[in-house]
Ligand binder design. Structure first.
Ligand SMILES: O=C(O)CCC(=O)C(=O)O
Length: 267
């Protein structure tokens, strides 16, 4: 298949991704694919999945949906054909990657809801450095409401739970420090973004999206996770089902993504 990206990832961007655990790639996804992502996200708003969190209260609208591409054909095309997977391949210098998950963040009217600081490992699926998250904004966002990441945190040995959440903290997890209250103690990077840009970060990187006042503007993003065949899966019983559970497949901790090629499809 031809490569739909507007440009390639540079060596400097690749080095920054490996060193910092995050990089913002400007003007790389073409407008047709942004349009399709917007349409797919709007379709999902009209018919969210059973795993969605929806807050539709005056004045706030928030939708966070899990694995929408499993049913939504437009978002599925974005996962496999927009070049997002190619970006992950170029950044990791990996020939074959697989889709492993995706999420949609729709912050509609009202003040933008905060996404608290977390590592994605705290939500389960796997513990690994091997997962690449391509976060694709489809609206303009000022830095205050876009993704911020603690630079280099993907290399920290510590594994954090979600502070104050209903999710149980596992034995090997530590309590997350209050990053927002101590911002100057952390090396935080963030970006003002436009449709066409992506922020790509390591699954273990600490990240959040700040609250903000955006009363009449939508703030929508689609995040896609890719990993190689060797990613070892891990159960997180208190959480939502993952793609294998949704597909009705039994699996054990430690099995690899490459063991389930029909669910974790290659990009
Ligand atoms: O867009 C957001 O609000 C949060 C995104 C996020 O946490 C992620 O993609 O991991």
């Amino acid at each position: 298949m031809s490569n739909p990206l507007l440009r390639s990832v540079s060596i400097d961007e690749r080095l920054r991704f490996l060193r910092d655990g995050v990089v913002c790639l400007r003007k790389i996804i073409s407008p047709e694919w942004i349009q399709l992502a917007q349409d797919g996200i709007e379709q999902q708003r009209r018919a969210p999945s059973p795993y969605a969190t929806v807050v539709d209260a005056d004045p706030l609208y928030l939708l966070i949906d899990q694995m929408p591409s499993m049913k939504n054909g437009m978002l599925q095309r974005v996962v496999f054909e927009s070049g997002a997977g190619e970006i992950a391949k170029q950044l990791t210098v990996t020939r074959r990657l697989r889709w492993i998950y995706d999420q949609l963040f729709y912050k509609g009217r009202g003040p933008a809801a905060e996404t608290p600081w977390h590592q994605d490992t705290s939500y389960g699926l796997a513990d690994s450095h091997r997962i690449v998250r391509v976060w694709m904004p489809v609206d303009h966002m000022p830095r205050e409401t876009a993704i911020e990441v603690v630079r280099g945190s993907h290399l920290w040995k510590t594994h954090y739970g979600l502070s104050g959440s209903k999710i149980e903290v596992l034995d090997d997890e530590f309590e997350l420090p209050d990053i927002e209250a101590n911002r100057s103690a952390f090396d935080i990077v963030g970006y003002e973004v436009d449709p066409g840009d992506v922020v790509v970060f390591n699954y273990r990187a600490l990240h959040h999206a700040g609250p903000g006042v955006n009363f009449n503007e939508k703030r929508r993003a689609f995040a896609i996770l890719y990993a190689d065949d060797e990613l070892r899966l891990r159960h997180r019983p208190s959480l939502l089902p993952g793609p294998l559970d949704t597909a009705g497949l039994a699996w054990r901790d430690g099995q690899k993504t490459g063991d389930f090629p029909e669910v974790f499809r290659a990009v």
